[in-house]
Write a protein that binds this ligand. Structure first.
Ligand code: IPE
Ligand code: IPE
Ligand code: MG
Length: 251
């Protein structure tokens, strides 16, 4: 862990809604695609910094189930950027022990992109460093519906009794099964909404909305966000002060 990490209380799991690429480009009179291009360069910077800080899980909201409603040209740009990002970065991610996962409807992604995504997941699957979740064609409602279907099938087959359905079971059936819930959610570009992201998992996450477009968000902003997080008092419904602080205490 680095010096900067030792000064703060680093969240175990950081989730980021990387928003504002289009407005970043528009504010300069440029095409939205340039914003996405610059945004993908920032993804690299943030992954590196999160790893350096000792974050255990980083979840990046890259493309939502609703983003398929965008013009085809924009969707194609985003898919192309995803593919080239993985091709360029996966060796370094692998060398650093990062485990890449993709949460979402993988079957909806164009075949050529899916092939690279699958290769990257396979290549890094045995790594035990930071877990990096790329949320692609991800929608939290869809994820919950998928989990409910599994529960219904198990009940129908007699494998599960309705009385055995509990929060742990539902959590385990989500795409994030086995991972801790996010301690910190960051959304860039000032929107106060969660846009169908991690509806279940964010139950007790600290939320930080930043007034910066994603392409302007950098390593220093991530460190500041961690500092900010370290000053939050998490109560989990209890009365203050509480000893509960499920993050990684810096050593
Ligand atoms: C985030 O930036 C990237 C994706 C949602 C894919 P936007 O493209 O949403 O940019 P704004 O919000 O329109 O500025
Ligand atoms: C949320 O951003 C999705 C991602 C960042 C991938 P959007 O730009 O799609 O969200 P809305 O439409 O402003 O709610
Ligand atoms: Mg947006």
């Amino acid at each position: 862990m680095t010096d900067s990490a030792s000064e703060s209380f680093v969240p175990q799991h950081i989730a980021i809604i990387m928003d504002g690429n289009g407005r970043w480009a528009n504010s300069r009179g440029w095409k939205r695609s340039l914003g996405h291009y610059r945004g993908s360069a920032k993804v690299k910077e943030i992954i590196r910094e999160a790893d350096k800080l000792g974050v255990k899980v980083l979840s990046l909201y890259c493309f939502s189930t609703e983003n398929w409603r965008r013009p085809l040209e924009e969707v194609e740009t985003l898919m192309r950027l995803l593919k080239s990002f993985l091709i360029k970065e996966r060796d370094e991610l692998h060398a650093n022990g990062v485990q890449v996962r993709v949460l979402g409807q993988l079957e909806k992604i164009p075949a050529a992109v899916r092939a690279i995504v699958t290769e990257t997941i396979d290549m890094t699957s045995k790594n035990n460093g930071m877990v990096l979740n790329f949320c692609i064609s991800y929608g939290s409602r869809h994820e919950i519906v998928d989990a409910v279907k599994v529960v219904a099938e198990r009940v129908q087959s007699g494998e599960l009794k309705p009385s055995e359905i509990n929060e742990e079971l539902i959590s385990s059936l989500l795409y994030t099964g086995g991972l801790p819930d996010p301690d910190l959610l960051i959304r860039t570009s000032g929107e106060f909404r969660i846009s169908n992201f991690f509806l279940w998992q964010l139950a007790y996450s600290e939320i930080l909305i930043l007034d910066k477009y994603w392409p302007d968000f950098g390593a220093e902003d991530l460190r500041n966000a961690c500092q900010h997080f370290s000053r939050r008092e998490r109560r989990f419904g209890a009365t203050p002060p509480t000893p509960l602080r499920p993050g990684i205490a810096a050593t």
